[in-house]
Design a protein around this ligand. Structure first.
Ligand code: NG6
Ligand code: CA
Length: 507
């Protein structure tokens, strides 16, 4: 009798707690956007052309839906992130190209951003990881004081940042408004013009000091034995160790997720991997047999497993929507001699596509895209719908029960039914942006690349950029590798698509 009573009490308590949790969330799922860096379409084994196993990422796909025709908006980081967070194509706004490490915040404070919109839907919001959207006002960030405006001023409740990229100074973490571990007696100075202390060693002058050598660029201030883009002095106690990136970001995400008890949360988890410099933690060094790029790929896979594990531990996995994707396509040599080229072997980071990061060809923006939401999305599905990350804003607005405001997120369309694999409806059209802002238009199976004076090849990275003085037209159904330019065969279609792109540009 006593035992039965106890059991009933336990049952009642569990019921109260879970009902309570449910009502606090109003049934809304938590949302985690795992935004990886420079991960190619074929880099994860779920996509079929990888010579490496990524079991944790594959499990996400197995438990959810894997998209085959999903795109970042741009073939580089800053514009992709700008578009993702604002729902507005970055090429509509000047100053949204790859941001220097001392750029001021490029998202206007008047914008209702993706996290800002989710806050209106009752979400607690956080960004952990790479930012690369600038910090501070027109004068730039005050690295030694309050760093603002930044994520907290445009819709995030919490932020822990790699301010720009791993290969750019300042090489310090920024938590909310402050550099982490800054000693006020050792102030940070940053310059992207000239050395601050001409006697300080640089990658160019002092290669003997380096543990990783640049292949192009990246020859300025040395931090942790790696020369970077830009100059900095000071902040010694705050300098990061690249080997710890993944562990620290996972630790911050774990703490954040574990603390979110009262509200649904949105975590924009923006990994450093697999961007350069590729410095894996010693646990992963040499494990891929593919050099540093393969090792950080394993580290990225581990990261995804850790995020899933902490959700599981907190009973949150069922009602958390995890979106896994990349900010642009793959690149092999992006500026350091890390043996990525020599040890690539049979690995096909592009899948069957042409180009890569920076390129107007498909591999510039067509990236892995996986959605897992056990409570609502059936497992093990593949969806071939044409999907753009620009649509996450409007789609997640529906998830949060928020109405998109007039004038905000002008390019974002609600594609939630595709995201949840309840339909295979494609976007009517999609715009891709390359490094030099050559635009391409995708409609159905057709792709039009506008004429461009840009170079054909990025010689440093050995990437075909897809630029041509002539218009290009490809049928991606017959020719996904963009090998046959059909512009002269279908001049009318070229004209139509050019006119459509011109109209989209004017919107
Ligand atoms: C380029 C860098 C490259 C990388 C890229 C930004 C040189 C020579 N190359 O300018 O290494 O940092 O910018 O990458 O400096 S992204 O993924 O953040 O867009
Ligand atoms: Ca990137």
């Amino acid at each position: 009798m006593y035992k039965r009573g106890c059991r009933f009490l336990l049952f009642a308590i569990t019921l109260i707690i879970s009902t309570n949790l449910h009502s606090q969330n109003n049934g809304k799922p938590n949302i985690i956007l795992i935004y990886t860096d420079d991960l190619g379409y074929g880099d994860v084994s779920a996509y079929g052309t990888a010579a490496i196993k990524t079991p944790n990422i594959d499990r996400l796909a197995k438990n959810g839906v894997r998209f085959t025709n999903a795109h970042a908006t741009s073939a580089t980081c800053t514009p992709s992130r700008f578009s993702l967070l604002t729902g507005k194509y970055a090429w509509r706004k000047q100053g949204t190209g790859i941001a220097p490490g001392d750029a001021s915040l490029i998202i206007p404070l008047t914008t209702t951003t993706l996290p800002g919109m989710l806050q209106k839907g009752g979400y607690h919001t956080a960004v952990i990881g790479k930012w690369h959207l600038g910090l501070g006002d027109a004068k730039g960030a005050d690295w030694n004081g309050k760093i603002a405006p930044g994520p907290l001023e445009i819709g995030f409740n919490y932020s822990f940042l790699i301010p720009a990229t791993g290969d750019r100074v300042p090489c310090v973490f920024v938590e909310n408004h402050q550099v982490v571990n800054l000693d006020k007696n050792d102030p940070i100075k940053v310059s992207y013009k000239e050395p601050i202390d001409p006697s300080a060693p640089t990658g160019k002058k002092n290669p003997a000091l380096l543990k990783l050598h640049p292949s192009h660029g990246h020859d300025m201030t040395i931090v942790n034995g790696i020369s970077r883009i830009g100059y900095m002095t000071g902040g010694n106690a705050a300098l990061w160790k690249d080997e710890d990136f993944a562990d620290i970001l996972v630790q911050k995400a774990t703490t954040y997720i574990t603390q979110q008890k009262s509200k649904p949360f949105f975590l924009y988890f923006s990994t450093h991997d697999i961007h350069v410099p590729r410095i894996a933690n010693e646990r992963f060094v040499g494990k891929s047999g593919m050099g540093a790029r393969g090792d950080v790929l394993l580290q990225l896979d581990w990261t995804v497993g850790q995020i899933e594990a902490v959700l599981k531990k907190n009973g949150l996995l069922e009602n958390t929507m995890i979106i896994f994707t990349s900010d642009n396509g793959q690149v092999i040599d992006d500026g350091y001699k890390d043996e990525a080229v020599e040890k690539l072997g049979k690995h096909q980071p592009n899948g069957i596509f042409r180009g890569g990061k920076y390129s107007a060809f498909e591999a510039g923006t067509r990236v892995p895209f996986i959605v897992s939401w056990p409570a609502k999305v059936k497992p093990g599905k593949v969806n071939d719908a044409l999907f753009s990350q620009i649509d996450l804003y409007a789609s997640l607005a529906q998830v949060a029960g928020v109405t998109k405001e007039e004038g905000q997120a002008q390019d974002s369309k609600n594609a939630l039914s595709s995201l949840m694999n309840q339909s295979t409806k494609s976007r009517e059209f999609l715009v891709e942006q390359s490094l030099n802002s050559t635009l391409s238009l995708l409609v159905g199976n057709w792709k039009y690349i506008e004429p461009s004076k840009g170079p054909k090849i990025n010689k440093d990275t050995n990437t075909e950029l897809g630029n041509s003085l002539e218009p290009q037209l490809y049928n991606l159904a017959d020719d996904p590798g963009e090998t046959k330019n059909l512009a002269s065969v279908y001049p009318e279609r070229v004209n139509e698509m050019k006119a459509q792109l011109d109209k989209i540009k004017q919107n």
